[in-house]
Design a binder for this molecule. Structure first.
Ligand code: TXA
Ligand code: MG
Length: 318
């Protein structure tokens, strides 16, 4: 393993990171959603190292990243719905759950032994170049310790995993993890909301898309507390405690010892892009100054606001 290797995204460094992936190492890399912690998805030992680093439960499968639809076809069975969505949304922030192609050499450690595989082609030049140069699919969860806020900058990844290679990129533009759509059942079902909304999916599929029924666990990751700052997060508060930090949206004016605004102009896309970054900033501030709470203004539950609220609700739950 390479110690304290912080490398930027020039071609040589991507080649170095790809060589590390081929060697069975774990590498941090940027995507447009959040940063990923990647390893060769056909190498069980390398995939196991991701679970160990993240302290991730073994029954929570990893999303596998590809650089082209042709490569995806070698590992998964794409029906006509999958092909239509792939043409419109890939590369991009959409993960499709599909049946694994028989005989594929994907590691069962990556898929947690499920008959399906979660697949995405990320829309980020560094991620795509890394996948191409690694010459293998890359299994990659978000590059955070399980349960904590997902990373949107290389600094976040280096802080959590100082002993791995981390490729630099700009701050993740989307700022929230991909929408996960399960296409392996009788009807399409959203397992995790994201930047690609239900309406956008329905307009391509020309059929109804369903929300995940929470009593039935399909994405094992949904069982766990997620996206949480160390400081207690309080949503929909009526009487703010005197010592709190505030996260506003639009014209809301929660006042705290220190406050940030997800989007002063009330733009949900901007708010999504800022969510994890600002939650981390507030969490660091709260820890440094012994402040107990972060209070968050209401976010409209429409469009990408649905994904923002899903993350906030999980982050605030005990
Ligand atoms: O935007 C993203 O999706 C980021 C970047 C790095 O691509 N990745 C990401 O991975 O968010 P992670 O591991 O943090 O979340 C993956 C989710 C988990 O909830 C997992 O249970 C679910 O995807 N998942 C993966 N494979 C699955 C499968 N075969 N069936 C159901 N859920 C699956
Ligand atoms: Mg995650």
């Amino acid at each position: 393993m390479t110690n304290n290797k912080f490398i930027s995204n020039n071609i040589d460094n991507i080649a170095l990171a790809a060589a590390a992936i081929k060697n069975g190492s774990v590498v941090g890399f940027p995507t447009e959603t959040v940063y990923g912690l990647g390893a060769d998805a056909t190498n069980p030992k390398a995939c196991l190292e991701i679970y160990n680093l993240k302290q991730r439960p073994a029954n929570n499968p990893l999303i596998v990243h590809f650089a082209s639809i042709d490569e995806v076809q070698e590992y998964a069975v794409l029906n006509s719905d999958a092909i239509s969505l792939a043409k419109v949304f890939w590369p991009g922030p959409l993960t499709l759950i599909l049946p694994i192609r028989e005989g594929s050499n994907i590691s069962t450690t990556a898929t947690a032994g499920l008959p399906t595989i979660g697949i995405r082609i990320p829309n980020h030049p560094v991620a795509l170049e890394l996948i191409r140069k690694s010459e293998c699919p890359i299994a990659a969860p978000s590059a955070n310790v399980s349960g904590y806020i997902s990373p949107t900058s290389s600094k976040h990844v280096r802080e959590a995993f100082p002993n791995i290679i981390v490729l630099d990129g700009t701050r993740s533009k989307v700022g929230l993890e991909s929408t996960i759509l399960d296409l392996s059942g009788s009807s399409p079902q959203i397992l995790r909301p994201g930047f690609i909304t239900k309406e956008a999916l329905e307009s391509v599929l020309k059929q109804q898309v369903f929300d995940h029924i929470s009593s039935k666990v399909i994405a094992p990751g949904m069982m766990y507390k997620h996206y949480s700052p160390k400081t207690k997060l309080i949503l929909n508060i009526k009487n703010p405690p005197p010592s709190a930090l505030a996260l506003n949206f639009g014209s809301s004016n929660l006042t705290g010892v220190y406050s940030l605004n997800l989007s002063k102009k009330g733009d949900l896309i901007e708010a999504a892009s800022n969510l994890y970054y600002m939650l981390r900033e507030l969490d660091d501030y709260a820890i440094a100054n012994s402040i107990e709470y972060i209070i968050v203004a209401p976010i409209p539950n429409i469009s990408i606001g649905i994904a923002i609220n899903e993350r906030l609700n999980k982050a605030a739950s005990n």
